[in-house]
Design a protein. Structure first.
Length: 404
């Protein structure tokens, strides 16, 4: 069943489309802005550090998401972000670069709070979970093909203050869309459990459900290797293809197009094959794409970018669908935060290692390691398959049952 038949999801998707456009248009332009203000590559790179830092304490956000109503929380977050991004209109000189870092940090918090995915558990019947996750990824990846270019154009033509106003307006649209939804939310997790066991409940739940644990471990191992690609790709462009660094923009567009196609394919694969086999196909496809990067051919190089762009949504949808189906509504936040933290920490460590090693290790070795790791993730999931857990019904499932 397609989630697009669900009117609540269609409205939620419309708001997400607009806010995703504003988000990627602005935060990807913050690095350009920081470079223009200071002339420093390091200052620009710090933007992405501040975006990543909040993910380290994701379990705290997950605990909050399970203890409160998700819809009001999202509205409050979007309203706060609309005000925060407007502060960028005050930036005039390098002395005020801290405002850019503060906005990046606020974005990092917003991206790390798993309220949106948790709200989907209450809105969507279980039969629509895979379709919804695939549609969201397709829309977000489609938006990211155009929004950075448009954002950079607004910044260059009208200034960062204008871009901030545009982004604040997209948050306002998301707020209005959410406010219009009539959602029967699950009851918040009651207080009373000691703080540490409550915050770490997501990790314990993953450990108790073998399928979820396999999928989460595979993503963690995968992220521990693929952070190398963030550095290796520039060496591949320079040494392998003899192209300037600006060619990275072409590569990103090709990857984005592949991800749009992957989002469409992911829902079909996960519904037909299940989360485990669907995920393993995604990892195997990524290994193929990374392996193609070892060739000096421009055509094959671009094909590799399209292939790994296509692959990422497949295992992302598989993990998201499994969390939706097999995790209770009031553990959605903490389980989502647990998987998010594992991925963020390992990817950040991998990016750091890649930056340190690229001067002494051939980029082709890095891509070979990435390809082998992706194949290992596929094997981890498929060898000795984990038993299929029972689906945990959602509020939407109960409402649908009452209507029958």
């Amino acid at each position: 069943m397609t989630a697009l038949r669900n009117p609540l999801f269609r409205r939620l998707l419309a708001g997400d489309l607009v806010s995703s456009f504003g988000d990627s248009a602005l935060y990807l332009s913050l690095g350009i802005w920081a470079k223009d203000l200071t002339g420093s590559d390091s200052a620009a790179g710090l933007i992405f550090l501040f975006l990543a830092l909040p993910g380290v304490i994701s379990p705290l956000y997950g605990h909050l998401v399970d203890r409160v109503r998700r819809k009001p929380l999202l509205i409050a977050m979007y309203g706060t972000m609309a005000l925060v991004v407007l502060s960028l209109a005050l930036v005039r000189s390098a002395d005020q670069i801290w405002i850019l870092y503060a906005v990046a940090l606020a974005y990092g918090v917003t991206f790390s709070v798993p309220a949106y995915g948790a709200l989907l558990k209450d809105i969507l019947p279980s039969a629509e979970a895979a379709s919804a996750r695939a549609t969201l990824i397709t829309v977000r990846q489609g938006v990211r093909i155009a929004s950075p270019v448009i954002g950079a154009g607004i910044y260059q033509g009208f200034g960062g203050g204008t871009l901030a106003v545009v982004d604040a307006a997209t948050f306002a649209v998301a707020i209005l869309t959410l406010a219009s939804l009539k959602v029967a939310e699950s009851e918040p997790e009651p207080a009373g459990e000691p703080f540490l066991p409550a915050v770490t409940a997501g990790f314990r739940y993953l450990w108790r459900v073998p399928l979820l644990l396999r999928l989460a471990l595979a993503e963690t191992i995968f992220m521990a290797a693929t952070g190398l690609m963030d550095t290796a790709v520039f060496a591949a462009i320079d040494q392998g293809l003899g192209k300037p660094a600006a060619f990275f923009g072409v590569l990103t567009t090709v990857q984005g197009a592949g991800s749009v196609a992957g989002g469409v394919l992911a829902g079909f694969l996960v519904r037909r094959l299940g989360e485990a086999r669907g995920s393993s196909i995604g990892y195997a496809a990524f290994a193929l794409g990374a392996g193609v990067f070892l060739t000096p051919s421009l055509v094959l190089f671009l094909a590799g970018a399209a292939i790994y762009g296509l692959a990422i949504p497949i295992f992302s949808v598989a993990l998201g669908t499994a969390q939706h189906l097999y995790v209770p509504a009031r553990l959605q936040g903490r389980v989502g935060a647990a998987t998010g933290m594992l991925s963020t920490v390992t990817q950040s460590a991998s990016i750091t290692a890649g930056a340190a090693l690229i001067g002494i290790v051939d980029y082709r070795f890095m891509y070979a390691l990435i390809a082998l790791t992706a194949l290992g993730c596929a094997a981890l999931i498929l060898l000795r398959p984990a038993p299929l857990p029972d689906v945990v019904p959602s509020v939407a499932d109960e409402q649908a049952a009452c209507r029958v």
